[in-house]
Design a binder for this molecule. Structure first.
Ligand SMILES: Nc1ncnc2c1ncn2[C@@H]1O[C@H](COP(=O)(O)OP(=O)(O)OP(=O)(O)O)[C@@H](O)[C@H]1O
Ligand SMILES: [Mg+2]
Length: 184
């Protein structure tokens, strides 16, 4: 079993995925871990720039991220993915890809309630949706299928950033040290 693992942070817009991925990567790098981040926004800019936000395109985007994550993880990286990944089917497909390759994989549900996400509204998407300038916002007028069995659930409205990072880092340590593909 290689030492890498893919940790996928899934959740609504402004739930905290990018913030947590960056903070966790910084924490793990300090401890000497080799990490990579695949952030949804960057992937859409560099790897999926032709894709829109239809169900098929969202699914394809997640498949691409999952494949790249598996390559990074195979090479021994602790790979943190920060991408909404709204559909269970897409996420399960990525998990299966890792399992078939014998690679460690764990899902983190960044389970910030939509009302809190809409207050944070880091990119102004919730405001634009309310103003009728944007349609198809995940969790508002587009589906978000909550994970049914995530390895970790984080209520970020109740936890500090440090507490969240510690929990993700502990999960990563468990994932990379297990003998069998994670979870068994
Ligand atoms: N415990 C916490 N964990 C993570 N983020 C938090 C927490 N508490 C407050 N926040 C704040 O919530 C916001 C989350 O924004 P972030 O860009 O990380 O969301 P995102 O899930 O990546 O959204 P998007 O899908 O639009 O990219 C940040 O402003 C962050 O400071
Ligand atoms: Mg983000």
């Amino acid at each position: 079993m290689p030492s890498g693992a893919t940790i996928w942070l899934t959740g609504l817009p402004s739930s905290g995925k990018s913030t947590l991925a960056a903070a966790t990567a910084a924490h793990l790098e300090e401890r000497g871990e080799r990490t990579s981040i695949l952030d949804g926004d960057e992937v859409r800019r560099h790897l999926s720039s032709e894709l829109g936000f239809s169900a098929a395109e969202r699914h394809l985007n997640v498949e691409r991220i999952g494949y790249v994550a598996s390559l990074l993880t195979r090479s021994g990286c602790l790979t943190l993915v920060a991408a909404i990944a709204p559909y269970r089917r897409s996420r399960d497909g990525v998990r299966a890809l890792h399992r078939e390759a014998g690679l460690a994989y764990a899902e983190v549900h960044v389970a910030t309630p939509v009302a809190i996400c809409a207050e944070r509204d880091v990119k102004g998407l919730y405001a634009r949706q309310r103003a009728g300038e944007l349609a198809g916002l995940t969790g508002v007028d587009d589906p978000y299928e909550e994970p049914s069995a995530p390895e970790l659930t984080l209520a970020t409205q109740l936890l500090t950033l440090t507490e969240c990072v510690e929990r993700i880092a502990a999960l990563a340590a468990r994932a990379t040290t297990s003998d069998a593909p994670y979870p068994a």
